[in-house]
Design a protein around this ligand. Structure first.
Ligand code: SF4
Length: 233
């Protein structure tokens, strides 16, 4: 597995999308865990989570490449993998994101997934009929960003999507169970509970899921298990 980081600045930033890195690898989490995919990581995020493991991609001086929608699309096409994951940072804030998404959605070869932090309304994408999947974070108290979640997004999700709770404390677990119940999440979509890497013991989450009979899955970050902190995704 070879990571191909996209680094370095190019002079012409005008009207181009800042991309922190692009590479092909194994999907570490979510519904396509274990499957090969091409990752496009857009630079920049509107949140500042306590345990963010991609802070470098959110910094103002992130050494991004500035690309056109065509350049991003053809990069993924060249990789030859049908799965493409649009991530960040927060991809929905990326310049020309709708146009980029359209390119992937209009090409029947691609199966596209958007990883979003849950703070951006998803109506405009879902209602436009794009055939894409969402992995939506639901930020919990230990992240410091739980007040930024747009809960009405849950009503737009279906079985091709998932909600991911990244759990960093026992209080987070209790909050997760309450949210799943309050929003009838298990009836709507797929649910993953993942530990904050190196902070939360997966066993505690597994026991909580079982003991509370949650209709949810334990999600371990496969890429961290395989590559540790050497891999960014
Ligand atoms: S939303 Fe994601 S990328 Fe943004 S600060 Fe939080 S963990 Fe980092």
């Amino acid at each position: 597995m070879k990571v191909v980081p996209v680094r370095g600045k190019i002079p012409d930033k005008n009207d181009r999308t800042a991309v922190a890195e692009m590479f092909s690898g194994i999907n570490g989490e979510g519904l396509k865990q274990g499957a090969p995919a091409t990752f496009i990581r857009f630079a920049g995020c509107n949140l500042s989570c306590e345990w963010c493991d991609t802070k470098w991609a959110n910094d103002d001086d992130c050494p991004a490449l500035y690309l056109t929608p065509d350049e991003i699309y053809f990069y993924a096409l060249d990789k030859g993998l049908s799965n493409v994951t649009l991530t960040g940072g927060e991809p929905l804030l990326a310049l020309h994101f709708s146009e980029i998404l359209r390119k992937f959605a209009d090409d029947p070869f691609f199966s596209s997934e958007i990883e979003t932090n849950g703070s951006i309304p998803l109506d405009y994408i879902r209602r436009s009929g794009e055939k894409i999947s969402f992995t939506v974070d639901c930020k919990l108290p230990s992240s410091g960003m739980s007040d930024r979640i747009v809960y009405k997004n849950f009503g737009l999700l279906g079985k091709r999507d998932c909600v991911k709770f990244v759990v960093g404390s026992a209080d987070d677990l209790e909050q997760t169970a309450a949210i799943i119940k309050d929003y009838s999440l298990a009836k709507r979509t797929n649910i993953f509970l993942s530990p904050v890497y190196g902070v939360m013991n997966p066993e505690e989450i597994a026991d909580f899921i079982v003991n509370n009979a949650l209709d949810a899955r334990l999600g371990l970050q496969l890429h961290k298990i395989i590559w540790g902190d050497r891999r960014r995704k």
